[in-house]
Design a protein around this ligand. Structure first.
Ligand SMILES: [Zn+2]
Length: 199
């Protein structure tokens, strides 16, 4: 790959870091950027460099925000007695798109892996319990991937929360086995949320 000028070579290598982007696509992106005008390129560079300082997890729920608290934690607009637990801040957006859920969210640090990796204490159960008590939460929805890791995490959370006197449910079937939330279409997700079952 010495045929590319070094800067272009580096740009292609950077794009290739994005999951699903292979060499050909990365090359196309890089050449496309060469056609952008200076203003656009400067904006692109500025936004990219500010990404990690501007966007932070909400101190309450872990959703992404540029403020101290996120818009999903606005208790005047949303139902604070319901918490939907997700494993990534990204999962909140397809759920919002369905317009069938108006409660709060809680982002856990990821899914438990039966093969090791993330440990149970990283899920910070105490923080979830505190929110349940503080807001008199009655419903917890475990909107986790329909995978081995998602199931293991859901079972663990149910066990940990069983004395909290809350109704715990998972989105109903319709979520194909082995699927993660971001690959499920909106209609299927809406149906799964509406028809959720006690877990
Ligand atoms: Zn929040």
């Amino acid at each position: 790959m010495t045929k590319y000028p070094p800067t272009l070579h580096t740009l292609i290598a950077l794009f290739k870091k994005i999951p699903g982007v292979g060499f050909k696509t990365a090359e196309r992106y890089a050449f496309n950027l060469l056609n952008w005008n200076d203003n656009l390129l400067e904006e692109f560079a500025r936004i990219a460099s500010q990404l990690k300082t501007k966007i932070q997890p909400c101190h309450e729920c872990g959703c992404l925000t540029e403020e101290h608290a996120c818009s999903f934690c606005d208790i005047d607009q949303r139902d604070k007695t319901s918490i939907c637990i997700v494993s990534s801040p990204k999962d909140v957006y397809p759920i919002e798109e369905t317009h069938v859920y108006q409660g709060m969210y809680h982002v856990i640090a990821g899914l438990l892996s039966p093969l090791g990796g993330r440990s149970a204490h990283e899920l910070q159960i105490d923080k979830i319990k505190k929110r349940v008590l503080d807001n008199q939460v009655t419903d917890i929805i475990l909107a986790l991937d329909s995978t081995l890791e998602g199931d293991a995490t859901a079972l663990f959370l149910r066990e940990q929360l069983k004395d909290m006197h809350v109704n715990i449910s998972r989105p109903a079937m319709g979520l194909p086995m082995g699927s993660s939330l971001d690959f499920v279409d909106g209609g299927t997700l809406a149906k799964a949320l509406l028809g959720r079952q006690t877990f």
